[in-house]
Design a protein around this ligand. Structure first.
Ligand SMILES: Nc1ncnc2c1ncn2[C@@H]1O[C@H](COP(=O)(O)OP(=O)(O)OP(=O)(O)O)[C@@H](O)[C@H]1O
Ligand SMILES: [Mg+2]
Length: 593
C-alpha cells in the first residue's frame, strides 16, 4: 500500500463539490441561500442552457467587504456560525462555509460585490479553484455571482447531466421552493434571455403560492394550521385531491424556512389523502414546519436538503392527521358535473365523438376517429386482416368471433380485464395496458408519419403551467400539434387548448394534459427520444384505467384495435397486454390429454 498523505486543497474541494454540486440546480440552491442569508430583498436569477452554460444571481443584499472576498472562496470560511454551540441553533441557510469554494472548484465563478456605503466594490474570478482576477468594481450594493461552464474540468460529472430542458426544470423547481420561503421578497427568473418569472414581494404565503400555482390550483387550496405542542407549529396549504401531479415536485416541505426533501414526510402527506388520490398520483402541497432549532439537526448532509428530527414519528403522525382532517373539509363552492359551466375545466367537447370507442347505440366504430381506421389507412391493414394468433397469424373464423357467454361476446372482469374469444381461444386483455399500446402506436404514427386528427373542444381550455413546463411546450410545440392538440402559447404562463387528439379520453382534459406533460418531461430527463417519450406519456395518461366499466362496444373496439397493433402483446413499458387459454390448455388442465 502506498504512503498515507494529506490531499492537496484543490482535490479536497473537488471531493466536497461532489457532495454539494450535483447539478446546476444545486448551484442555484446555494446561490439563492447565500442571497437570502445576506438579507437580499430582490433576487434576479438568469440561466442559460439549463444552467450548464451559465447561472447568474444578482442580489441587493449586504455584500461582502473587500477584505473578505477572498475568504468567501476559502474552505470552511463562513460568516454564519462562529462556535460549536451555533451548530445546534442554526438560523441561516448556510453554515458549512463550503458552497462557494466547492462550486468554484468545478466551474468558472465571477463574484462582484459591494457593501453599502463603500466607495468601490470588488470583482473576483476563480477558475477551477484558482483565482485569476481580483480587482475593483463599481460600487453597487449587493452581490452578483456568475457560474459559467459547470463541470468544465470534470467531464465525467458533466456526462451525468440530463437534457437542458430537464436541468431547467430542476432549477425552476428549486427556484419556486425558495421563492415560497422568501415570499416577502421579489424574485425574477430569466431563462435563455426570456424573463419567465417576475414575482414582486408578496404580503403572505398564499399570495406567493397563487403566483406559482395559478388560479385553478389556488381555488382548491385548503389552509392548514396546527400547534400540536407548544414547540411545534405546522401550517400551510394543501390542494384538494382532484388536482394532483404525476410526481412529487409540487410538494413543498419547509422546516424552519428551509426547503427539505423528506420522503417519509411526503409519505405522511400522501397517507393523509388516503384513497382520495388516484393511484400513482401525488398531491400538491406547501407545508411549513416550525420547531425549536435544537429539535432538528440540519447538518446531516452537505447539500443540507435532508434534516433529522429528534422525534420524526411524532411529526409524521401530526402531518398525516392534519392532512386527513383538512381533506374532510367540505368544499363550499364547486361546479357539479353536468351543471352549466363556463369553466374550461370540464373540457366539454363540442360534437364530441366517442373517441376511439364506438358511439353509444351504434354498432360500427366511428369511422372518422377510430384508430382502427386510421391504422387501416396507414398500414393498409384492418382488424379483419390483423394477426390473430401470437405465433401463427391467421384470419379469425366467423365461428370464433361469434362465440358468446351468456349472450355476450366480451366479458369484463373486475372492471380491469376483458375476456373474449378469437381463433378458438379465450383471450384475456388488461384494459389499461392494451389501451396504452393502442394509443402509443397511434401517437407514434402521428408524430412520425401522419399528423393526428383533432376533436375540437366546445370551450377553449386555458391551462396554467409552471415556467419550466412552458419552456418544454415552447420547444416541442410542433410535436404536440402533430398529435392532434390544437394548442397555442398564451402569455408566459399558459397555453390555450382548442382541440385534443381524436382518441383523447376522459373528462378532465386539463388533468390528463398535466400528467402527460410531467411524464414527457420525466422521460426526456432520462435521455429518451422526444417522440417516444411523448407517445409513451400520452398513452400512459390518456389510456383507460383499470376500474372503469366498459360497454360491449367499447370492449370490442379495444379488442380489435389491439390486434391491429404492430406489437399487440406488450404495453410501451413492456408489461404484457394479453394472455390466452386454448382448448389444448384446458384439456391439459383437466387431464383430458
Ligand atoms: N450573495 C452573498 N451576499 C453576501 N455574502 C455572501 C454572498 N454569498 C456568499 N457570501 C459570503 O461568503 C461566505 C461563504 O459562502 P458559502 O456559501 O461558501 O458558505 P456559507 O454560506 O457560509 O455556508 P454553506 O457552505 O453552508 O453555504 C458566506 O458565509 C457569506 O459571508
Ligand atoms: Mg452558502
Amino acid at each position: 500500500m502506498s504512503e498515507i498523505r494529506l490531499l492537496p486543497d484543490y482535490i479536497i474541494d473537488k471531493i466536497a463539490a461532489g457532495e454539494v454540486v450535483e447539478n446546476p440546480a444545486s448551484v442555484v440552491k446555494e446561490l439563492i441561500e447565500n442571497s437570502l442569508d445576506a438579507e437580499a430583498y430582490n433576487l434576479g436569477l438568469a440561466i442559460e442552457n439549463g444552467g450548464i452554460r451559465s447561472i447568474n444571481l444578482v442580489d441587493d443584499g449586504k455584500g461582502i467587504p473587500a477584505a473578505q472576498v477572498r475568504l468567501a472562496f476559502a474552505r470552511h470560511a463562513t460568516s454564519k456560525i462562529a462556535q460549536e454551540t451555533d451548530l445546534f441553533n442554526i438560523s441561516s441557510y448556510g453554515f458549512r462555509g463550503e458552497a462557494l469554494p466547492a462550486i468554484a472548484s468545478v466551474a468558472i465563478v465571477e463574484l462582484i460585490t459591494c457593501v453599502e456605503g463603500e466607495s468601490q466594490g470588488t470583482r473576483i474570478v476563480v477558475e477551477g479553484g484558482k483565482e485569476t482576477k481580483f480587482e475593483a468594481a463599481a460600487p453597487r450594493k449587493g452581490t452578483s455571482v456568475t457560474v459559467r461552464q459547470l463541470f468544465y474540468n470534470t467531464p465525467a460529472r458533466r456526462k451525468f447531466l440530463k437534457a437542458e430542458s430537464s436541468e431547467t426544470r430542476k432549477i425552476t423547481t428549486v427556484f419556486s421552493k425558495y421563492s415560497v420561503c422568501g415570499f416577502n421578497r421579489s424574485f425574477t427568473l430569466t431563462v435563455d434571455g426570456n424573463k419567465i418569472v417576475n414575482y414582486p414581494a408578496d404580503r403572505d404565503l398564499s399570495h406567493r403560492l397563487e403566483r406559482i400555482w395559478g388560479d385553478k390550483i389556488s381555488s382548491k387550496l385548503i389552509e392548514i394550521d396546527s400547534r400540536p405542542s407548544s414547540a411545534v407549529h405546522i401550517y400551510g396549504y394543501i390542494c384538494r385531491p382532484e388536482i394532483n401531479r404525476a410526481n412529487r415536485n409540487q410538494i413543498y416541505l419547509m422546516v424552519n424556512g428551509r426547503p427539505i426533501y423528506d420522503i417519509s414526510l411526503m409519505h405522511a402527506i400522501k397517507a393523509g389523502y388516503g384513497n382520495t388520490l388516484e393511484s400513482g398520483t401525488f398531491p400538491i402541497a406547501a407545508i411549513m414546519i416550525e420547531l425549536s432549532p435544537d429539535s432538528v439537526d440540519v447538518n446531516v448532509h452537505p447539500a443540507k436538503t435532508e434534516v433529522r428530527f429528534i422525534d420524526e414519528r411524532y411529526i409524521y403522525a401530526q402531518i398525516k392527521k392534519l392532512v386527513e382532517a383538512a381533506i374532510q373539509t367540505p368544499v363550499l363552492f364547486t361546479v357539479m358535473p353536468g351543471a352549466p359551466s363556463s369553466s374550461p375545466m370540464t373540457g366539454f367537447v363540442k360534437n364530441r365523438p366517442s373517441s376511439i370507442w364506438p358511439q353509444k347505440g351504434k354498432s360500427e366504430p366511428n369511422q372518422e376517429i377510430s384508430i382502427k381506421n386510421y391504422r387501416h389507412e396507414l398500414a393498409s391493414t384492418s382488424v379483419d386482416s390483423a394477426p390473430s394468433d401470437i405465433d401463427n397469424p391467421e384470419i379469425p373464423t366467423e365461428a370464433a368471433i361469434e362465440m358468446k357467454i351468456g349472450g355476450h361476446r366480451f366479458w369484463q372482469l373486475y372492471d380491469t380485464f376483458i375476456m373474449g374469444f378469437r381463433d378458438g381461444k379465450v383471450w384475456m386483455i388488461d384494459q389499461h395496458t392494451a389501451h396504452e399500446r393502442v394509443l402509443f402506436e397511434a401517437a407514434l404514427n402521428n408524430l412520425c408519419e401522419r399528423p393526428g386528427t383533432s376533436q375540437r373542444l366546445l370551450f377553449d381550455l386555458t391551462i396554467e403551467l409552471e415556467p419550466s413546463d412552458m419552456a418544454v411546450i415552447d420547444k416541442y410545440l410542433d410535436l404536440f400539434r402533430r398529435l392532434g392538440f390544437e394548442i397555442e402559447i398564451f402569455g408566459n404562463r399558459s397555453v390555450i387548448i382548442r382541440g385534443v387528439p381524436a382518441y383523447f379520453q376522459g373528462s378532465s382534459i386539463e388533468q390528463i394534459f398535466h400528467n402527460l406533460l410531467d411524464g414527457f418531461i420525466d422521460s426526456l430527463s432520462t435521455g429518451e427520444d422526444p417522440t417516444m417519450a411523448l407517445s409513451a406519456s400520452l398513452a400512459c395518461h390518456a389510456a383507460i384505467k383499470s376500474g372503469e366499466r366498459l360497454s360491449q362496444e367499447q370492449m370490442e373496439g379495444l379488442f380489435n384495435q389491439l390486434f391491429n397493433c404492430e406489437d399487440p402483446y406488450h404495453c410501451p413499458h413492456g408489461r404484457p397486454t394479453v394472455a390466452t387459454i386454448s382448448r389444448d390448455d384446458l384439456d391439459k388442465l383437466f387431464k383430458r390429454k
